[in-house]
Design a protein around this ligand. Structure first.
Ligand code: BES
Ligand code: ZN
Ligand code: MN
Length: 499
C-alpha cells in the first residue's frame, strides 16, 4: 500500500474514489466536502436534505459521480458529533473507508485528513491516525488461503488544500505507517498457528527486526537458562519437545545515559495446552495466541527502532510451549526462580507468571530500572473488563497512570486495578515461598502480584491482555483475529518517556 501526501483539490484527483466526510448535524457541508458537493451540483447536500446522509459515526455513503468530476466515486464518511470527535475517530473512519473501497474493487483512492478542520485536531496527529487506520484496517491474515482475493486498493493519496500543512501531514503519515505496520507485524505473529510459530520461529521474527533496523539481538538457549538459574521458566519448558528461547533485543537510543532505560517484557507461550492441568478443547483452541504479549514487545521494538526516541529500550521474551508429557512439570513440584524464590506449582496452567518471573529477575539483573510486562495472563481478565479494555497493575501509581494515559492517547484502553497487600495471602504456600496461583477470587490481581514478587522494587506495570489480544469481529481499525494490542500503547509510552 502506497500512501502519498499532495496539495491540491480532491475533486480533481484522477482516482477510482475520493473520501470526504460529514459531521452529524451539518446541513451545508464546508471545506473539501463542500467543494466536492458544489462540483457535483449539490449531490451531497441533496442526500443530506433527503435525510439519507446524516453524518452518524460509521455511516458510509457511496455516490457515483457519472462524469461530473474526475473521480468515479465519492465516499462520504459520517464522523458523528464534531465535539466528541477524537483521533480514534480519524483512525476508525480511515480504516472503514479503506476496507469499503478495497472490498468493491477500487484500486486508487484519495482522502482528506479527517478532523483537521472543524474538529480542530492537530494536523500531524490526525495524519498519523489516518495512516494507522489505513494500514491497520486493510490487514488480513490470508497466507494459508489458496485463493486469497487479497484486495484491490494499492494507492491512497492524502489531499490537502493548504500547502502550508504538507510537512506536518507528511511526517504524521510516515509515523502512522511505521506504527500501523508494527501492529500488523504483531498480528501476523499472533495469528500464526502454533506449528509455525514455535519459540525458534519467534526468535527468527525478532532477528528480522534486528537485521532490518540495527537493533541488537541475543537468543539464549536452555543451557544458558539453566546457568542463570531460571528454574521457573525451565519448569514450564520441560514438558515440550520444542527448545525454549530467551529473546533479548536492545535499542540504544541514549548511549550517554545508560540509566535512561525501560524494559518491555512479553509472555511468549507459543502454545498453552495447560500442561498436565490440561485445558478443555474450547479453552485450548485459541492458545496459539498466548504469545501475543511477546509478539507485542517485539513489534513495538520494530517501530521504536524506526522512530528513534532518546531512551534505551530492552525487549525480553521468554518463549516456550506449555505442554503435557512424560517430562512435564507436575502439580505440586517446587521450582526455584532466578532471584532465589521458590514456587510451588499449584496449577501447571498458570505458566505465564512463571516464565515472566525469570524474565523479570533477569531484567533487574541487567540494570533495567523501569519495567512493563505484557501478557495474556488470566481468563479472569475477560470476566473483569471484557474485550474493550486491558487491565493495568503496578507497584507505582504514577507509572501505572502514565501507562494508562499512553493507552488512552492511542485509543487502546487500559484500566488500573488494585494491588492491595492483603491479596498476597491467597498465594502463600505451605512448603515454598509462594504458590503460582491465588485461587478463583481476584485471579487477575493475584496473577499480577505473583509477577510483582520478582521485580525487586523497580517501578513496574503489568498489562493483562487476555481479553483484548483477540477480536471476534472487525470494527474500525480492529480486524477479526489478533488485535496487535498493546503495540501502540508501548510505542507511545516509550516516546513519552523519551521527551
Ligand atoms: N493463557 C492463559 C490465560 C488466557 C485464557 C488467555 C483465555 C486468553 C484467553 C493462562 O496461562 C492461564 O491458563 N491462566 C489460568 C490461570 C489459573 C490456572 C490460575 C486461567 O486463567 O484459568
Ligand atoms: Zn497461558
Ligand atoms: Mn495457562
Amino acid at each position: 500500500m502506497e500512501i502519498k501526501v499532495v496539495a491540491g483539490d480532491i475533486a480533481q484527483q484522477d482516482v477510482g474514489a475520493i473520501v470526504v466526510n460529514l459531521f452529524e448535524g451539518v446541513t451545508t457541508p464546508g471545506g473539501a466536502t463542500g467543494a466536492v458537493d458544489k462540483a457535483m451540483n449539490g449531490a451531497i447536500s441533496a442526500l443530506i436534505a433527503d435525510g439519507e446522509i446524516r453524518g452518524k459515526r460509521g455511516e458510509l455513503t457511496l455516490i457515483h459521480t457519472l462524469g461530473s468530476i474526475a473521480p468515479k466515486r465519492v465516499l462520504v464518511a459520517g464522523l458523528g458529533a464534531a465535539e466528541s470527535f477524537t483521533l480514534d475517530g480519524v483512525r476508525s473512519a480511515a480504516a472503514e473507508t479503506a476496507r469499503q473501497l478495497n472490498g468493491i474493487g477500487v484500486e486508487s483512492a484519495a482522502t482528506i485528513v479527517h478532523g483537521a478542520g472543524i474538529a480542530g485536531l492537530d494536523d500531524r496527529a490526525s495524519a498519523q491516525a489516518l495512516a494507522e487506520g489505513i494500514v491497520m484496517g486493510l490487514y488480513s491474515f490470508d497466507k494459508y488461503k489458496s485463493n486469497s482475493s487479497g484486495g484491490s486498493l494499492s494507492e491512497i493519496t492524502v489531499v490537502e488544500f493548504d500547502e502550508g500543512k504538507l510537512d506536518a501531514l507528511q511526517q504524521g503519515v510516515g509515523e502512522g505507517r511505521i506504527v500501523g505496520e508494527a501492529v500488523n507485524f504483531c498480528r501476523d505473529m499472533a495469528n500464526e498457528p502454533a506449528n509455525n510459530m514455535t519459540p525458534s520461529m519467534m526468535a527468527e521474527r525478532a532477528l528480522e527486526v534486528a537485521q532490518a533496523h540495527s537493533v541488537d539481538l541475543e537468543v539464549k538457549e536452555r543451557a544458558w537458562m539453566a546457568e542463570m538459574g531460571m528454574g521457573a521458566l525451565l519448569g514450564v519448558a520441560q514438558g515440550s519437545e520444542e527448545p525454549p528461547k530467551f529473546i533479548i533485543m536492545n535499542y540504544e537510543g541514549d548511549p550517554d545515559d545508560a540509566a535512561n532505560n525501560i524494559g518491555l517484557l512479553g509472555k511468549g507461550i507459543t502454545f498453552d495446552s495447560g500442561g498436565l492441568d490440561i485445558k478443555n478443547a474450547a479453552g485450548m483452541l485459541t492458545m496459539k495466541g498466548d504469545m501475543a504479549g511477546g509478539a507485542s514487545v517485539i513489534a513495538a521494538m520494530q517501530a521504536i527502532a524506526q522512530l528513534k526516541p532518546t531512551i534505551n529500550v530492552t525487549v525480553i521474551v521468554p518463549a516456550t510451549e506449555n505442554m503435557p508429557s512424560g517430562t512435564a512439570q507436575r502439580p505440586g513440584d517446587v521450582v526455584r526462580a532466578m532471584n532465589g524464590k521458590t514456587i510451588e506449582i499449584d496449577n501447571t496452567d498458570a505458566e505465564g507468571r512463571l516464565v515472566l518471573a525469570d524474565a523479570m529477575s533477569y531484567a533487574r539483573s541487567i540494570g533495567l530500572n523501569r519495567l512493563v510486562d505484557v501478557a495474556t495472563l488470566t481468563g479472569a481478565m475477560s470476566i473483569a473488563l471484557g474485550d474493550q479494555c486491558m487491565g493495568a497493575f503496578g507497584n507505582d501509581d504514577n507509572f501505572t497512570q502514565q501507562v494508562v494515559n499512553s493507552a488512552n492517547t492511542v485509543g487502546e484502553r487500559a484500566w488500573p486495578l488494585p494491588m492491595f497487600d492483603e491479596y498476597k495471602s491467597q498465594y502463600s504456600s505451605d512448603i515454598a515461598d509462594i504458590k503460582n496461583t491465588g485461587g478463583r477470587g481476584a485471579g487477575s490481581i493475584t496473577g499480577a502480584l505473583i509477577i510483582g514478587e520478582f521485580n525487586d522494587g523497580a517501578p513496574w506495570v503489568h498489562l493483562d491482555i487476555a481479553g483484548t489480544a483477540r477480536a471476534r469481529g472487525s470494527k474500525g481499525a480492529t480486524v477479526k483475529g489478533a488485535t496487535g494490542v498493546p503495540v501502540r500503547t508501548l510505542v507511545q509510552l516509550v516516546c513519552d518517556l523519551a521527551d
